[in-house]
Design a protein around this ligand. Structure first.
Ligand code: ATP
Ligand code: LTN
Length: 331
């Protein structure tokens, strides 16, 4: 705990343009914790290099991800916003935890299996040990709560296993973190293939709605969303496309499934898709405007990065002192 507040930590990779999956599954929920918890929200650039990145793009996206955090409502005065590589303790604890994470555990990670299947020419050691670095991110800050989409559940369980193993050997070093996975929006699906996750690394642009897409683009993408050959807007097994659109609409409007079914009774999918597109575009319009304003002020973003890194480093240092001592490193 920092002061008397519990700790929240989460991270987003600057590895592509952020999607409404990232927004609804993670970032939109972050600001709800700002008053009650001390929150650390990190741009995890060390994670991003597990896949090959173009240096200039990685740099630009690091600024953009930070700007999006703020544009999505995270006040830099109330949250610690920072870039992972600015706090070397992440890499240091990541290495240490590699030595307490088993080969078999890492081999079972579905994200590793998926990403190595998609990137057969670059199955590097970092891609494999990625979850130990994620465990380090979380455990460094004695985190209580980690808001993420459901795809990260397995990594969180591994984090808890590694913390339990380490604490079992050395006494209580790390706080045991819990995940916070939203009930609605935990897994937004692709608009082109609603049986797979909407992923910012999907090469099919029509599958993804980006947070920064303009209104016309948002409306066009929803208009083209894959549905089914029926006409009834309702949630049912086998209606993956409509189920996904109902989830998205519910996240943006707060409406329940029953309310949505009533609203679109007797109307076709065309009307429904238009309404989903409008709700999405309207809610994201202020985010887009604030993002543009922030990106025009790099000096401001750099100030935030610097202040955030200093705050994070001072908290991380406390954990690192304890870890080094327990392991037996000479001071
Ligand atoms: P990729 O899809 O390229 O693997 P990613 O978007 O999953 O990348 P991150 O940028 O690190 O990877 O994800 C940031 C947060 O967004 C995580 O908490 C993750 O669970 C969440 N998230 C990502 N995609 C979705 C989605 N489709 N639905 C809900 N949450 C998501
Ligand atoms: N692994 C996550 C990103 C991530 C993260 C974290 C999330 C890295 N470190 C710490 C929460 C807490 C992903 O791929 N979506």
């Amino acid at each position: 705990m920092l002061g008397d507040k519990k700790i929240v930590f989460s991270g987003v990779q600057p590895s592509g343009n952020l999607t409404i999956g990232n927004y609804l599954g993670a970032i939109k929920n972050f600001s709800a914790f700002s008053d009650e918890y001390h929150c650390f929200y990190c741009v995890v650039d060390l994670h991003a290099i597990t896949l090959r990145q173009v240096p200039a793009e990685l740099r630009r996206r690091t600024y953009e991800t930070l700007a999006l955090y703020i544009a999505c409502g995270l006040d830099p005065e109330k949250n610690t916003l920072f870039v992972q590589s600015h706090v070397p303790a992440h890499a240091e604890l990541g290495w240490i935890l590699d030595c307490y994470t088993m080969f078999g555990e890492l081999s079972r990670m579905t994200q590793f299996k998926d990403k190595s299947a998609k990137n057969a020419s670059n199955i590097n050691a970092g891609l494999f040990t990625y979850p130990s670095l994620m465990a380090a991110d979380i455990l460094l800050y004695q985190t209580d709560l980690v808001p993420v989409g459901i795809d990260q559940k397995q990594h969180l369980e591994l984090t808890r296993d590694v913390a339990t193993r380490f604490n079992g050997i050395y006494g209580d070093v790390f706080t045991m973190p819990d995940g916070y996975i939203p009930q609605t929006g935990m897994k937004i699906m692709s608009l082109a293939d609603p049986t797979s996750k909407m992923s910012k690394s999907d090469p099919n642009e029509n599958a993804i709605v980006y947070i920064l897409d303009d209104k016309d683009t948002v409306l066009r993408k929803f208009r083209r969303a894959v549905t089914d050959s029926e006409t009834e807007v309702c949630r049912r097994e086998g209606k993956d496309g409509i189920n996904n659109l109902m989830t998205i609409y519910s996240c943006f409007t707060g409406k329940t499934d029953e309310e949505i079914v009533r609203e679109f009774a007797g109307r076709g999918y065309g009307d429904f898709k238009l309404a989903v597109g409008e709700a999405c575009a309207d809610q994201l319009a202020p985010v887009r405007e604030e993002f543009a304003r922030l990106m025009a002020d790099k000096a401001y973003l750099e100030d935030i990065m610097k202040k955030g890194a200093a705050e994070a480093a001072s908290c991380a240092l406390k954990t690192m002192r304890k870890v080094r001592k327990k392991i037996g490193f000479v001071n």
